[in-house]
Design a protein around this ligand. Sequence first.
Ligand code: NOJ
Length: 572
Amino acid sequence: MRRQTRSIAPLWYLERGFRVPISLFKGADHNFQYRHGSVHMIAPWWQAGVIYQIYPRSFQDSDGDGIGDLNGIVQRLDSLAALGIDAIWISPIYSSPMADFGYDVADYCDVDPRFGTLADFDELLAQAHARGLKLLLDFVPNHTSDRHAWFVESQASRTNSRRDWYLWRDAAPDGGPPNNWISDFGGSAWEWDGATGQYYYHAFLREQPDLNWRNPAVQVAMHDVLRFWFDRGVDGFRIDVLWHMIKAADFPDNPPNPAWQPGMGEMHRVLQFHSADQPEVHAIAAAMRDIAGGYSATGDERVLIGEIYLPVERLMPYYGGERAEVHLPFNFQLIDAPWEARALARLIADYEAALPPGGWPNWVLGNHDRPRVAAKRGQAQARVAAMLLLTLRGTPTLYYGDELGLSDVAIPYERVRDPRELREPGLGLGRDPVRTPMAWDASENAGFSTARPWLPLHEDWPTRNVAVMAEDPASILALYRQLLTARRAHPALAIGDFALLDSAGDVLAYERRQGAQRLVVALNLGAQVQHLDLPDWAGGCPPLLSTIPGPAQIEGRALRLRPNEGVILAPA
Ligand code: NOJ
């Protein structure tokens, strides 16, 4: 068979540590082939790769203040490369009073001194790139800090040129807030400003006033922020609360939520019908994509990931229609899904079916706002969940510490830091439990810091840490590494087609296929032994990987799954 070779710049390769041009061989059947045991892949990096979220306060402290920082991340890059991830997303590192730990930005074009300096950032970026790792920042466009110079001016007087950069409204006739909108952190979303006699809107804390994205000057200023970081070389952004960015122009009351119960938190008292997900948000997203696209033209693709908590049918439009929007509207469904085989199969099938043409899927098990997967599913199923996340079709985003099986850490009252918890205590809405320090080794403070960490460590850190677990082939860390290695070795896992397989009981099973390569993934979501009848084509596939030590068992045409076991079968 005669092969043609061609180089395609935006395509991505899996060899680490040195840059090689990507050569793909096109076979007679016009399918791309792989060489060197599938080292090269035929998809953009953000489709084939795995993203890893770092909460920077909690990853690694390098200067002994108990808070993680950029130089700390640099120290741990080799560990991340060894884990086998491909891109890092870092939660906000900009100048901030830290009312919401960085999601209240006072200067978008500088690094907060707690995290380091711009020079430290440049070094981190260079060091990440030197290891073949992409780096994404967290863009926070919906709101600024109330200490941002723009808001200080806006608040100065009704006639200030930046007054209209934020959302100011007169009081209702009774003197109360202009409407019934509720902050996501509880209480009215309107704050009275006595000096100028108007309310301003804040979807989150009162220290986080919302920008007015209907004002073209705001758009220009925020686009400049994107350019500032793209010019420095970042590979993309996760966009904070993208669906919140535009509100109904006339600010009508939101309808009450008939299903509301006190334990849900006050924000759910009303349905965010008019305060979020407005049609005009799509032009805003498309404009940001245009900017990213301009940079993609000169190298690897720059990627935009939208934080959007919406039902699937309202999520899909954020891929864009006539104009492209974000590459990946975050798909958070697995976090709250019923952990039951048939329900998960339906969820996956419905999501796949809802994707627009060309829309690339993505999956998430946790983040800095939501309960950890080990807390929700337990240690045994956390391993099954890891296999699910890393074998579904679509870009996976890992949350730091999940590779250690970190669970939610109980925070004593006097150590609570999260404003979410402090505003509505006791409802279990606080996020400190999922933001605790990473554990690197058994030395003081788990190698995270020489000082007392800003949040407590998990109790079993002397054994649940990277150094100890890396030596234990049965650890969840070892499993994550094996799964990430398997994705590299088997392009079908990273970018192949997906099809559910017939299964019964607690078994969720599917096929991944890329060209001639076909794999079976079978997950036992329960605590009893289960059997899966293998399809004919999979009869000869030996087990590649199990979530449980010891070989998976094939009995004739059936795969025997031990309790809480996930298995990948792959051609030898
Ligand atoms: C979403 C972020 O993920 C969360 O941590 C933050 O508190 C809010 N946006 C407000 O920025």
